[in-house]
Design a protein around this ligand. Structure first.
Ligand code: SF4
Length: 321
């Protein structure tokens, strides 16, 4: 059964243009993204910076308002909820952010940070909140004596553990983790990724795991969606995507992953140029300005996202033309 269903999600931001902000232009951050995530599944979302993956994650949770589209959690249309109903739905969907230091209030102790959401959602007694906060600290591998400390007294990895504990405080069903390990040292990354795996097993959590790094999501995710300029350009089971990537952008991302074993080294494919501006996406295929296999049709016609044996790709190399 699907826990999360996202249908044709769009997020466009109007922004001021020019020195005096007189003109207006639009940032086309997310352009009609659809996917579903089954209960207990981990969906990885990868792409370069500027691909719209973080905006997509925030729009799903309504931390920013989507321009259009539908988000359903266990069949409930979250996009149509307001006030108390939205507050209740938010209990079930939490976000973990990239920068744990910026996402924790430096003036509050770790205990207060963990108790805040409990208080907001009706845990009245201070003793009950403290007990739950200490239990959360132990669950993420921190000593409950850390309760009275402040965020600056923690290392990056410990702060991210606090961020995870805070996200767990309300017993969510869905966690959207936005680059949760990219600010950490490589040795700490592995520990935090292991914690994600352990928590998923013990709590039957469902994850949407956003990362710019395919090698990070490879060992954690059941399926992977590749985003480029606000669109999903390829989505498949994790193993299938690595074994048989179809879209030239996915192929380039996979071939850019460093390989230590010389026997397994593949020819690197370096993409030239940057991802185009989100304010003026190119006509036709959004990837055509960087694609080594670009054809005439790619500059004029947007390729449809087609599915074959559960593997989705939007590329004219595989469609009818
Ligand atoms: Fe490349 Fe054309 Fe496929 Fe786009 S549609 S990825 S430009 S081959």
């Amino acid at each position: 059964m699907n826990l999360l269903e996202v249908e044709n999600l769009v997020k466009h931001f109007p922004v001021a243009k020019g020195w005096f902000g007189r003109g207006k232009q639009t940032v086309y951050a997310v352009n009609g993204v659809s996917f579903s995530v089954a209960k207990g599944e981990t969906l990885g979302v990868v792409g370069e910076s500027g691909s719209g993956k973080s905006t997509m994650g925030r729009s799903v949770l309504r931390l920013i308002e989507p321009t259009s589209g539908r988000v359903r959690l266990e069949g409930v249309d979250v996009t149509s909820l307001n006030g108390e109903n939205l507050r209740k739905a938010r209990k079930h969907m939490q976000m973990i952010f990239q920068d744990p230091y910026a996402s924790l209030n430096p003036r509050l102790t770790i205990g207060n940070i963990l108790e805040e959401p409990l208080k907001y959602h009706g845990v009245e007694k201070k003793n009950d909140r403290r007990e739950q906060a200490e239990r959360l600290l132990r669950e993420v591998g921190l000593d409950d004596s850390y309760y009275d400390r402040f965020p600056f007294q923690f290392s990056g990895g410990q702060r991210q553990r606090v961020g995870i504990a805070r996200a767990l405080a309300l017993n969510p069903k869905l966690i959207i983790a936005d680059e949760p390990v990219s600010a950490l040292d490589v040795s700490i990354q592995a520990q935090v990724l292991n914690l994600f795996v352990k928590l998923q097993e013990t709590r039957n959590l469902t994850y949407v795991f956003i990362s710019h790094d395919l090698s990070v999501v490879k060992h954690l995710c059941n399926r992977i969606a590749v985003m480029y300029l606000g669109e999903i350009v390829e989505m498949a089971e994790c193993e299938e995507l690595f074994r048989h990537p179809l879209h030239p952008y996915t192929q380039a991302l996979i071939r850019a992953i460093p390989v230590v074993d010389p026997a397994q080294r593949r020819q690197r494919l370096i993409l030239t140029g940057d991802i185009p501006s989100q304010t003026s996406p190119p006509a036709g295929c959004p990837f055509h300005t960087r694609c080594p296999q670009c054809m005439d049709i790619c500059k004029k016609e947007h390729p449809a996202l087609l599915t074959q044996s559960g593997h989705q790709t939007s590329c004219h190399l595989y469609g009818k033309h």
